[in-house]
Design a protein around this ligand. Structure first.
Ligand code: AMP
Length: 288
């Protein structure tokens, strides 16, 4: 497994040339798209990328088009040196913190929307978010020409939208989902966890606890979605700092809401703690 010092490429044309050379040499390329502020969750994706390919690219780009007007685009943590330090721990062949694209300085006129997968869950409270994500990932795919791209299951809806986009638009890129990496107390790692005060950090554990309790209900034979969703809501709302956005139970592929737990379902939650919006999810399996 390589621990190469990443080569820093900033121009799309240069990344395309590098990728073309690697492809001609018969190398398999993996891409890990990130917004930086890298933590162990991101590094696990990078490790999985090494497992799936001969060459790895990590992109680092705080994508403005996926933030709403009142969201944290300006305050989102950015520290390229610290990110490269993280990347070095695992190794990558290329780090791609793209320079502003001179070919379309005013931004893109063409969008990948991903409807109807983007209608519920985070799409409801973050209109335009997945359009921004899918479009930038499509551009990253054109820049990096990866054989495989790794996305975290923590952002479950994002993974579903990207899988569907790759299939619908005939991208020659395999999409691989990676399990959520958690803090020792169960909180899903997130770049936004650093916004949390000590109190909020403690209370945010309720997200994972509520998901765990939901799995226990299913294990005990409960199949009623309303019952499980309500119990999950109540558990999260018990925390005084929690502002619940949604608790939804949906089909793992289509993300359509379910009435009853069939064989498999996704329970997804989102809540803000003192303004820091956190998400998490779990698979509910009726047969185990
Ligand atoms: P972000 O930088 O937040 O856009 O995330 C970049 C990628 O890392 C996405 O595919 C996320 O789903 C993934 N990711 C973020 N947090 C985690 C985590 N705790 N465990 C696994 N993957 C994660």
């Amino acid at each position: 497994m390589s621990r190469t010092e990443p080569r820093i490429i900033r121009a799309v044309w240069e990344l395309q040339q590098w990728s073309e050379r690697m492809r001609c040499a018969g190398k398999r390329i993996a891409l890990v798209p990130t917004m930086g502020s890298l933590h162990l969750g991101h590094l696990s994706l990078l490790r999985m990328a090494q497992h799936h390919a001969d060459r790895t690219i990590v992109s680092i780009f705080v994508n403005p088009t996926q933030f709403g007007p009142n969201e944290d685009f300006d305050s989102y943590p950015r520290d390229l040196e610290a990110d490269l330090e993280q990347v070095r721990k695992v190794g990558a062949d290329v780090a791609f913190p793209p320079a502003p694209d001179r070919r379309c300085p005013a931004g893109a006129a063409t969008w990948v929307t991903g409807d109807p997968l983007t209608q519920g869950l985070c799409g409801r409270s973050r209109p335009g978010h997945f359009r921004g994500v899918a479009t930038v990932v499509a551009r990253l795919f054109q820049a990096a020409r990866p054989h495989v791209a790794i996305f975290g299951e923590k952002d479950y809806q994002q993974l579903a939208v990207i899988r569907r986009m790759a299939r619908d638009l005939l991208f020659d890129t395999e999409i691989v989902g990676a399990p959520t990496v958690r803090e020792p107390d169960g909180l899903a790692m997130s770049s936004r966890n650093r916004y949390l005060s000590d109190d909020a950090r403690l209370q945010a554990r309720a997200l994972n606890i509520a998901l765990h309790e939901a799995r226990q209900h299913v294990r005990a034979g409960e199949r009623d979605v309303r019952f499980i969703a309500e119990a999950t809501r109540r558990r999260i709302a018990k925390e005084p700092l929690a502002e619940l956005d949604y608790v939804e139970i949906c089909d793992p592929e289509t993300l359509a809401p379910l009435d009853r737990i069939g064989r498999r379902a996704i329970l997804a939650v989102a809540a803000s703690f003192e303004g820091a919006r956190l998400i998490d999810n779990t698979l509910l399996e009726a047969d185990g």
